[in-house]
Design a protein around this ligand. Structure first.
Ligand SMILES: [Zn+2]
Length: 233
């Protein structure tokens, strides 16, 4: 299994790694800072370098065995198993994902309805809510801005299912119920705002979300409102 360095520190931009498997343009390393597509957040992109040569990493996905697979651009020279490489994120893109992802948690705390879907990108993100009411864009935008300005701290921690069972209040507080059966659960906490299981990459504080704007609100069915948000820089 790949050591997932981004789980403990989402601000890591690069690392050295050893190639443990190759399959065409798809490479697996012993460790990585690249986040694989999942939870509505895109896979990271960036650069792989070795011996003064570099190639673009165009996507990152989970492999069938749960390891993290880095896809190199067509025509790239492929390193061999055992080689040491250096990988570096397209940090501007990833940091926008972190801002968007953290903003999504804030949006979910402002609109306290069930979330039925969502998607994050560097340009635009959306959450789908199970709700019939119309959305007051101005009020939601103001509430989001207040949460950003209040600079709440954001942190992750791992908890075992036994610890969780011993603290039923914690589960009641969560906006989304944790998945069971994997032994440990990763919780994302925005202090005083949101607590839920989440595996994505987040900021350390809400102020870093910066300027965000509510975009279109789309009616996707009787009980579905899709709320789009944009980063304003
Ligand atoms: Zn999250």
């Amino acid at each position: 299994m790949t050591e997932e360095l981004f789980r403990e520190d989402s601000y890591l931009r690069d690392c050295d790694a050893t190639v443990v498997a190759t399959d065409g343009n798809a490479l697996t390393f012993d460790r990585t800072v690249f986040y694989p597509l999942g939870g509505g957040q895109p896979g990271d992109t960036g650069t792989l370098s070795r011996d003064g040569q570099s190639a673009a990493v165009v996507d990152t996905r989970y492999g069938d065995d749960g390891s993290i697979v880095h896809h190199l651009e067509e025509g790239a020279a492929i390193p061999s198993v055992g080689d040491t490489v250096h990988v570096e994120l397209d940090w501007d893109r990833r940091y926008r994902h972190m801002r968007m992802h953290t903003a999504m948690h804030l949006l979910g705390s402002v609109l306290q309805y069930g979330v039925t879907g969502g998607n994050i990108s560097a340009e635009k993100s959306r959450l789908d809510f199970d709700m019939e009411e119309s959305v007051d864009k101005e009020a939601v935008g103001a509430a989001l801005k207040a949460l950003v300005d209040a600079n709440h701290s954001v942190s992750c921690r791992w908890i075992s299912e036994e610890e969780l069972d011993a603290q039923p209040d914690l589960v009641r507080t969560m906006s989304v119920q944790p998945p069971r059966g994997k032994g440990s659960i990763r919780l994302l906490e925005i202090e005083g705002v949101d607590l839920q299981p989440c595996g994505g990459t987040h900021l350390n504080s809400t102020a870093e979300v910066g300027a965000i704007r509510i975009g279109k609100v789309e009616k996707k069915g009787k009980r579905n409102r899709r709320v789009n948000i944009h980063l304003d820089d």
